[in-house]
Design a protein around this ligand. Structure first.
Ligand SMILES: [Zn+2]
Length: 134
């Protein structure tokens, strides 16, 4: 186990970059090919993003959890306290979650990359220069 002190890019750096939708390796906004797709590799530092592509299918699970927390639960409270009608809440729920998932999709893709490297920061190319010389 490598301590965070020996890392060029720390877990905090990875979190900060990832939350803003930036590449955990170089910090540039060059991870996305389109709104719904990651590039095979980062457009700036060329770090490979495809190697754990199966891992990124978890994007939809993040979306489900986030939709429940930020859309469905608040709507349940609004209905319970009779602030909105059931019909309004259902319509808001359908369109709200749809727009929410659509709007957050690129960020969720970046968050999956971030989650992977927060767990395994020593796998970042920027962190391999000192510990694994080629
Ligand atoms: Zn990069």
């Amino acid at each position: 186990m490598i301590s965070d002190n020996s890392l060029v890019v720390t877990r905090i750096d990875i979190l900060r970059r990832g939350l803003l939708g930036c590449c955990p390796n170089c910090g540039q906004r060059s991870l996305l090919q389109s709104w719904f797709r990651l590039r095979p590799s980062c457009g700036t530092c060329e770090m490979t993003l495809a190697k754990s592509s199966g891992f990124y299918s978890g994007t939809t699970s993040i979306g489900y959890v986030a939709s429940i927390l930020f859309i469905i639960l608040p709507l349940c409270f609004l209905v319970t306290f009779k602030i909105v009608s059931v019909t309004t809440a259902i319509l808001l729920g359908i369109f709200g979650t749809f727009l929410f998932m659509l709007g957050l999709y690129p960020l969720m893709l970046c968050w999956m990359v971030m989650a992977y490297f927060v767990a395994l920061p020593e796998e970042l190319p920027a962190n391999q220069t000192s510990t694994h010389p080629r």
